[in-house]
Design a protein around this ligand. Structure first.
Ligand code: GLU
Length: 930
């Protein structure tokens, strides 16, 4: 309605103007000349309408639109045409031709004659800065900056740029700056590909077929865009996972719906066909030419043509108010004569405030060189009516989104929830396993495990549908330097076969170059899985182990030898002959206490660290004792120390307690999972221990690498003599040792890293996933499902605490049984000795008291067993009947005699010989050992 109303007003004004102009005197004519190379009806229409519609009520001059249709390359034709025009003396301004071959001729002639020259097209190489040229097309530097800002805001970190001609590189130079080129980088950053002359662009497009590049910048002529996209579609380069950014400012004139594509297409333009001023102007064109013209089919250059002519006419009129401007007859060959108003008019145009006129590409501003410094770059995503953001040169690096971030997120969420997110994974407990009866199940129900629970909860929170795709290769993702390609889950994400990838997928710097990762959901480090030491058979005589057999024999021999040496030395040492009765100052006899028995006691007491209550007094014997003590102190202490070490060793898991231990030996082989981040860790490490380990692993034959964690674990279990250790990630290791009680984790972790969910670079839903994961972590959900899959949902029973600890720390009876045995045997021997001594005493009593042996035995036994009696007579009380028993006495005597002769003891003789043993008056001496 509004448009109809405006048109009516416009028609009335037009009629009034016609009427008034007929009535008025004739006004001076000013030619506005436009060079066209072909029948560009739209541009001509714009040109003519702009002139004829101009302020008919109040125009000081009559503007005459002159159209010159010329060839694209004939310079002479242009020269002659131009010169003839200026000779007529009516030219007020020139619209430069579009062909770069002939435009410079016209422009330089204009500069020479000082006629304002207006450009409305993209110029790769502008004329040298001059004061007569005014280019309405956005300045190439600023346009390039705007295009760069758009790409950066699309958050494309890697792109392929298809361009047509080298001159176009100027327009896309800012895109080239989004990532510094790094030849060694695994991500593809910015790749430039020239399209070639066309119309067959397939060979260029094929270069990205089967590659992981899905972000494409297309910089080409508008008329080639659809053809290129059609060919891209044939090559499967136009499906859902692809995003295109088309740099031409006329993309709005194209109908992308014919492509029937799900690819994301982003375009830019400097006009806004939705704008009412724009639409009004187009309506006028339609009415003038009686054509069906859609606002979206208006090309940028057409709109610029309109604005250029309008700006000229408005400037002319405004300038005319102060200085009446007259056109002049000019001559191309007379370089001296220039149009006297030309420079003034051009300067005025550059400074003209375009807000005072109806413009199709407002805002319009120029710098002193006539370069356009102000315009609005509209960013359109998908539907051409949908402007999502705008950029002005004054914005710098800021792209102004027309929707709030919230609305954009909401829209993105809606689009996300309408589809099904494909989640790539691999089978491996406890992350993803086949569910019971999986053969008869469908879809996600076929799988279970930690990853499934995590993604299910994530999907619930994000309100999305998901589908697990299991990768048969079981590869997580490793980069092959030769083929320069990835495999496994990382490739799935790179090639967009899956949006997300989850398993025990470690976040590594290498992988992060090509895919994004969510916030970590589990932390871990590399650790060593090893087999527990087999419990050794208990050795009763383990107390003998600290000293070798040889040493035991040497020590025992030495003990006896020293005893003998001491015995002899003390016999020859005068100081060891002592007065037996210290009260008797002049004893007749001296006594030497160092008989063999005492010598044995002293040396034994020393070796047992118990000492002895009698000690030698002679210098030599003391020296001998001291040296023996020195010997025993060393031997016994060494024994003690060794004993402690032996017992500790018994309880420890052997010599492998850390990675350092592993690296320093060759007996126990060790390896990692093939193609995993653990292998990568050792391969890339610069730390000497890990470098050494990597060299050993690489050189080991047969290979120490295993295809999967499960195979590695089985190899540890089956290795003979604990001959293999497996380096794996602590989270999975923990899972294994919960039920495999013969395995242990040796040492701590060698590094620290995390598992995350992989997704394509710049994945738009990454922050939402992160937020949900953080909430799941904080609420304890992740810990809960970890406990569930690590401990609760296990088929095998969990190891008991004792089994987990390994061999007990306590010493068992079996370990020290030998000591008990020694004690028992020693005590038994002591008993036997005691019995012998007792019997010997009984024999003596019977002999001395002339009683039978049995009688003496009875008396002594009775006395010994009477525990209340603590005092004993020197001579036993013998009953009469007993003492008379001469027969039995003689019998006892004969037995003892026999025993004495057998033992070579002078038992009876000593008794029979008067005074032979005068000092042994009593058998119950106060000195027990004498
Ligand atoms: N989590 C590892 C990866 O993502 C696999 C297991 C390992 O290397 O120990 O590659």
């Amino acid at each position: 309605m509004k448009i109809v109303y405006q048109n009516v007003i416009w028609l009335l004004s037009f009629a009034a103007y016609t009427y008034m102009s007929l009535a008025e005197d004739e006004k001076p004519a000013v030619d506005i000349v436009a060079f066209f190379h072909e029948e560009d009806n739209q541009a001509k229409l714009a040109f003519e309408t702009a002139v004829s519609n101009f302020d008919i009520m109040d125009s000081p001059v009559e503007y005459v639109p002159r159209i010159e249709v010329t060839s694209e390359s004939d310079s002479l034709e242009h020269y002659n045409t131009f010169c003839n025009l200026v000779k007529a003396g009516k030219v007020g301004s020139i619209i430069s031709p579009t062909s770069p071959k002939v435009a410079p001729i016209i422009e330089s002639l204009c500069v020479n004659l000082e006629i304002p020259v207006l450009q409305v097209h993209w110029r790769a190489s502008p004329l040298m800065n001059n004061s007569m040229t005014i280019n309405f097309y956005p300045d190439q530097k600023l346009l390039s900056q705007g295009i760069g800002v758009v790409v950066r805001n699309l958050q494309w970190r890697s792109v392929v740029i298809f361009y047509e001609g080298t001159e176009n590189l100027i327009r896309i130079q800012e895109i080239l700056k989004i990532q510094n080129y790094d030849a060694s980088s695994k991500s593809n950053s910015v790749i430039l590909k020239q399209l070639g002359p066309g119309p067959d662009y397939r060979s260029a497009l094929k270069q990205i077929q089967n590659k992981t590049e899905y972000r494409i910048v297309l910089d080409c002529k508008t008329e080639n865009v659809l053809n290129i996209l059609h060919q891209a579609k044939e090559l499967n380069l136009l499906d859902k996972k692809y995003s295109y950014f088309i740099t031409t400012l006329d993309a709005h004139t194209l109908n992308f719906s014919v492509l029937n594509t799900e690819a994301n297409i982003t375009t830019v333009r400097i006009i806004n066909p939705e704008n009412s001023v724009f639409q009004n102007i187009v309506t006028r064109w339609k009415m003038r030419a009686n054509v069906d013209l859609d606002a979206y089919s208006v090309k940028t250059e057409t709109a610029l043509m309109y604005d250029a002519v309008s700006t000229f006419m408005n400037s002319f009129r405004n300038n005319y108010v102060t200085t009446p401007i007259e056109t002049e007859v000019l001559n191309c060959n007379e370089n001296i004569k220039q149009w006297k108003h030309g420079l003034q008019l051009a300067t005025f145009m550059k400074a003209y405030d375009s807000r005072n006129m109806l413009s199709m590409t407002a805002p319009i501003e120029f710098n002193s060189y006539g370069k356009r410094t102000n315009f609005t770059l509209h960013v359109i995503e998908g539907n051409r009516e949908k402007v999502t953001a705008v950029w002005h040169p004054s914005n710098g690096d800021y792209l102004h989104f027309l929707q709030s971030a919230e609305d954009r997120n909401k829209e993105m969420e809606e689009r996300w929830s309408n589809g099904t997110v494909v989640v790539a994974s691999i089978l491996g407990p406890p992350y993803l396993m086949l569910a019971p009866k999986h053969e008869i199940l469908q879809g996600n129900a076929r799988y279970q495990g930690f990853s499934m629970d995590l993604i299910a909860e994530l999907a619930r929170r994000l309100k999305i549908k998901f589908e697990f795709e299991v990768l048969a290769s079981g590869a997580r993702g490793v980069y092959n330097k030769e083929t320069k390609s990835w495999n496994g889950l990382i490739l799935e994400v790179l090639e967009r076969r899956a949006e997300l990838a989850i398993c025990d997928l470690t976040i590594t710097p290498e992988r992060r170059e090509v895919v994004d990762f969510s916030a970590p959901f589990m932390r871990l480090g590399i650790s060593i899985l090893y087999k527990k030491a087999e419990p050794k058979e208990a050795n009763m005589y383990a107390f003998l182990d600290p000293l070798s057999i040889d040493l035991w024999i040497y020590s025992a021999t030495l003990y006896l030898a020293i005893t003998v040496v001491l015995f002899f030395i003390s016999r020859v040492s005068p100081a060891d002959w002592e007065n037996p009765h210290p009260c008797d100052q002049e004893p007749e006899e001296l006594e030497n206490i160092w008989n063999m028995k005492n010598c044995l006691w002293l040396t034994l007491g020393s070796i047992m660290n118990q000492g002895c209550d009698i000690l030698p007094k002679g210098l030599a014997s003391r020296m001998t004792a001291a040296m023996w003590w020195f010997f025993t102190i060393i031997v016994t202490n060494s024994y003690m120390a060794n004993l402690a070490a032996f017992l500790t060793n018994e309880r420890s898991q052997g010599s492998i307690n850390s990675a350092e231990d592993l690296s320093k030996q060759t007996k126990v082989k060790y390896g990692t999972m093939e193609g995993g981040s653990t292998q990568g860790f050792f391969r890339e490490s610069n730390y000497s221990t890990f470098e050494r380990m990597w060299t050993q692993m690489e050189q080991a034959r047969p290979s120490v690498f295993e295809k999967s964690n499960d195979l590695g674990v089985a190899r540890v279990q089956n290795a003979k003599n604990r001959g293999y250790a497996f380096l794996m990630e602590s989270a999975t290791l923990e899972y294994q040792i919960y039920t495999k009680c013969d395995l242990i984790q040796v040492g701590g972790t060698l590094d620290s890293k995390s598992y995350g969910i992989a997704m394509p670079l710049d994945y738009p839903h990454r922050s939402r996933i992160n937020e949900a994961l953080l909430q799941m972590g904080e609420s304890g959900f992740i810990n809960k499902i970890k406990d569930k899959w690590w401990k609760e949902e296990r088929d095998e029973p969990l190891c008991t605490a004792g089994a987990e600890e390994g061999p007990s720390n306590k010493l068992a009876l079996q370990n020290v049984g030998g000591v008990f045995l020694v004690l028992a045997v020693g005590v038994a021997l002591a008993y036997i000795v005691a019995i012998c001594e007792f019997l010997w005493n009984v024999r003596n009593v019977s002999v001395e008291e002339h009683i039978s042996f049995m009688e003496a035995l009875k008396i002594e036994l009775k006395f010994a067993l009477n525990f209340k009696v603590t005092k004993k007579r020197v001579k036993p009380q013998v009953s009469e009947s007993s003492s008379d028993s001469g027969e039995s006495r003689s019998m006892a005597r004969s037995i003892i005699h026999g025993a004495g002769s057998f033992l070579h003891l002078d038992i009876l003789g000593r008794h029979d010989t008067p005074g032979g043993s005068s000092r042994h008056t009593s058998r119950h001496s106060s000195r027990p050992l004498d």
